[in-house]
Write a protein that binds this ligand. Sequence first.
Ligand code: ADP
Ligand code: MG
Length: 685
Amino acid sequence: MVTPASADGATADHDTSAPPPLIELRAIRKSYGGKTRGPDGKPLPTTEVLRGVNLAIRSGEFVAIVGASGSGKSTLMHILGCLDRPTSGEYRFAGQNIAALNADELAWLRRVAFGFVFQGYHLIATESARENVEVPAIYAGVPMAERAARATALLTRLGLGERLDHRPGQLSGGQQQRVSISRALMNGGHIVLADEPTGALDTHSGAEVMTLLDDLARAGHTVVLITHDRDVAAHAHRTIEIRDGEIVSDSQDSAGASHGHGARASFASPALLDARAFMAAMQDGVAHTASFLAETREALRAAWRVLWINRFRTLLTLLGIIIGVASVIVMMAVGAGTEKQVIEKMASFGTNRIYVIPGGDNPRGPGGTLSMADVDIVREVPNVGMAMPFLATYATARYGNVDAQAALWAVTEDAPTVLNWKTSRGTFFTADDERRLATVVLIGKRMREKLFGEADPVGRYVLVNNVPFQVIGELEEKGASSGDSDDDNVILMPWSTGARRIVGTTNLSWISVLIDRLDLADDTEKRITAALDAAHRVHDFQVYNRAASVKAQTETQSTLTLMLGLIAAISLVVGGIGVMNIMLMTVRERTREIGIRIATGARQRDILRQFLTEATLVSGVGGVLGVVCGLAIGAILIAVGAPAIFSVRAILGAFACALLTGLVFGFMPARQAARLDPVVALASE
Ligand code: ADP
Ligand code: MG
């Protein structure tokens, strides 16, 4: 049998025929302070906690490290377990220099080689006993069913078969410690590192735990037991005493190679002990993780657990996102609804219209008149579809002994198109009626009601300003009344008849122009102005472009929608800050949990994913609640009669924004969590 490395490990000589010790420390030093600053801002004085520790532990040994409180035992254990790096010196694991390994590789080593048992148990409070035991296997990528079976078997073997679903808080100290031992064994637990495992336990539970460790050592596990209690240390086969960061005695030096544990050493994953196989195993192990889907599902499950436990706090934090998403949906719906309403209203007035009105800009300037000659000039302008003379006045109509005041519009046969107005009864007058100065009229619905009640007016005669006219049709109800004029209380007659027989002037009230292409409206307006200017030689008219005002109105509308969207965006940002706040709080509250997860083999990216998943889930829940609220408010608005049109794009967009907010604002806290130093994290409350 090969003599184990002496206390002076630095001189150990590597014979290729002899396997290297499982663990070999050479001149390990660890100091705190120097760089880190204390509360007063000055660098803390450097304290050297380990001062040149040389130690070799062979596979299958049961070693106790004893020493007074503060002698550096825990610091040594953190270094042994790859939770901490020494300030100087060399740590060889199975002959490999650990200093060369990156963070992922160290995580792998913790996962496959070590199992930690702490004085304070260090269980995750929100998870059940079985889930706690499963944690190391999650990070090793063991499938769910296999994991659960192994955890159940381990807990049952340790006498906790009845307590699988209990939370740590529902277990006694001794039971919690047995859960943590099960967890240490989950991935094999080749090396069990136990730091004062009985420190917090009563005598009976302490004895039980020690029996368990004895059993493990007998079964071939390498056990490193740290204690200040010599009685506890007596269980071990080898006792190393540490004082002020230095090894002062090692029972093996005096006793020589004693126990026949070498025979069972093969238990501790033989592949790991072969220097060549070690690297290959590591490459495999680092690369092997569960599928992305399985990992995400795992992260979602854990995230949901935490959310549910803190549901009230989470809900409050989510208000920002809920309000943001709901307002995006409602505002978009109302915006779209109002816009549609405005456009419909505009369309009923006619958007592709230009009006030429007599009278210049200057009220003291020339009065100006428009005549039929001007209508002919306008008709020649390109893009003008129709130009219609319009003579508007008031008249009295009489039927039998009923008198009624009405608006009188003298127009041409183009009116149905230009005014976008159809007849509901009878027919419109024709170009022939226009030429013959025919005494025919059409009446609006209100007019008909006043004169004829519900009777059909077509064919009857009415007196308009005492001139008899035959009613040849009734106009469809317009409904929309602007100001105090009622479009349905109207009489329409041929322009020529109206001008000659009723009004007695051929001066037009205005010219209504229908243009073919709306996009050329501005150009057409200019051309009409130019043509009339040329004919009149003075600018004694005004051109009013309906299309332009519609455009302006829709622009106002979209500005409004944009503003509403901006308000919604602001509430999303506020929501995002809420998410960031709750995540920072979560990370702070769960620092020790993060330490536990890292100690059991989680990589930085596992922690990052866990907290990002939580942030995204939080905001996703907020998004869903926001969508529900938004739809509910919108439904109420619709029920009340407000214009609202839901758009799937707005709903999906708002939800996606919420998710994105969670990702963006959750990233910083998640990265903070992933970068925690495991030793510091484990020590936190
Ligand atoms: P033991 O486990 O033997 O009681 P520790 O290894 O926990 O001792 O601590 C050894 C010494 O190192 C103590 O004096 C302690 O104050 C100091 N120490 C431990 N951790 C830190 C740290 N993070 N920063 C500064 N000093 C530390
Ligand atoms: Mg300690």
